[in-house]
Ligand binder design. Structure first.
Ligand SMILES: [Zn+2]
Ligand SMILES: [Zn+2]
Length: 396
């Protein structure tokens, strides 16, 4: 172990206690005042200049390295928000906020980037500048978009950006990377059907929103199976279908349906939006009722830049050996980190955190009640980011 590894290990041990404190105090979508306050307090303590309130609760810090003419600036991003989920881990650091939980490991991402800041400020073995971007509202709140809208790129310019997500679907310590599409565009939709309710034994004088809605759910599925090129990926999931009063003998007047659509290709995304609306209105008219349909584009896909992926892969091989570097198989999950990558080159990676024991909280899927971030991956992620800062900035 060289000096750097020893220093990173000791900072990471401290970061474990920060992570657990953040875990105990989860907040969601633009309410992350605890995490933002915690981050700002540590940065102040270490003398790292930073600004708060960027995109709601976002925090951006800047660390100056060795002054070098024309040296670029590199950014590292952590998300800070939790989920509306009731934790069932029973761990000593379990959530103290009822109904809120760090069920996606953003507590770990925040602690990691904070640890990176501590290391870089202490060592300054890099050229140019490093920015640390602590982002709110990744979970469906478009926090990355809001930070960019509020001037992130003009107020705190950077040339490249990197981030990671803990990945309980891979063994602890495996770095999984791919070029191009990694995660999908994530959209949502809502539909209301309005008909004429009435006595369930006299359907001929009513219009049945449940029958119409059921036809539509089936018809929409054909957009994936019949209207999508089989070589491309699309998901359409109806996740809510609400109708009825609970009575056995009343046909309800209205039904509401909602769900999610995932795609990579922009053309396919356009097609899904257009055809879903057409089918909703056509089905409503076929059954003699009204439909109101809305489609929301939430986040764009995560598309990794080839040159940055190649460099990041070299870094992993150098630090951990080629056996720890795995190709990432794209999934249809969404991440608003994709918006940063639309603005600047960079790459997002998945870092495995599963333990051999399938019952371990580190082996549970994200967004489940028994999941917990694995603190043992903090030093690995810090070393990866630190090496990027120290060599990428000098190499360019
Ligand atoms: Zn999540
Ligand atoms: Zn997440």
């Amino acid at each position: 172990m060289d000096h750097r590894d020893t220093l990173i290990e000791s900072i990471a041990r401290e970061a474990t206690s920060w992570r657990r404190e953040l875990h105990q105090n989860p907040q969601t979508m633009y309410e992350e005042t605890y995490a933002a306050g915690f981050v700002a307090a540590r940065l102040t303590e270490w003398g790292i200049p930073h600004e708060t309130g960027i995109g709601g609760t976002g925090v951006v810090a800047t660390i100056e390295g060795q002054p070098t003419d024309g040296a670029p600036t590199i950014a590292f991003r952590a998300d800070m928000d939790a989920l509306d989920l009731t934790e069932e881990t029973g761990l000593p650091w379990a959530s103290k906020n009822p109904g809120k939980m760090h069920g996606c490991g953003h507590d770990g991402h925040t602690a990691t980037v904070l640890a990176l800041g501590r290391y870089l400020q202490q060592t300054k073995r890099f050229h140019g500048k490093v920015r640390l971007v602590f982002q709110p509202a990744e979970e469906g709140g478009r926090g990355a978009y809001r930070m960019v809208d509020e001037g992130l790129l003009s107020r705190f310019p950077f040339d490249e950006i990197y981030g990671f997500h803990n990945w309980p679907y891979l063994p602890k310590g495996e770095f999984s990377i791919c070029s191009g599409f990694m995660l999908a565009a994530s959209d949502s939709f809502e539909l209301t059907l309005s008909g004429k309710g009435g006595h369930a034994a006299m359907p001929h004088v009513c219009t049945d929103v449940i029958v119409a809605g059921s036809h539509l759910v089936s018809a929409w599925q054909s957009l994936v199976s019949r209207s999508t090129d089989p070589q491309q990926a699309a998901v359409l999931s109806v996740t809510n279908f609400v109708a009825g009063t609970g009575a056995h003998n009343v046909l309800p007047r209205g039904a509401s349906l909602s769900g999610t659509v995932r795609t990579y290709s922009p053309q396919l995304r356009d097609m899904m939006e257009r055809r879903m609306a057409e089918m909703a209105h056509a089905t409503a008219s076929m059954f003699g009722m009204e439909a109101s349909f809305t489609y929301h584009r939430i986040t764009d896909p995560v598309w990794n830049h080839q040159d940055n992926v190649a460099y990041a892969s070299q870094v992993v091989e150098k630090l951990f050996g080629s056996q720890r570097l795995k190709p990432f198989v794209p999934v249809m999950g969404g991440e608003d980190f994709g918006h940063f990558l639309e603005k600047r080159p960079g790459c997002f990676i998945a870092l495995g955190q599963a333990e051999p024991d399938p019952a371990s909280p580190h082996s549970q899927g994200v967004h489940t009640t028994r999941y917990d971030f694995n603190d043992e991956i903090i030093p690995m992620a810090v070393a990866y980011f630190a090496e990027l800062a120290e060599t990428r900035l000098a190499a360019r």
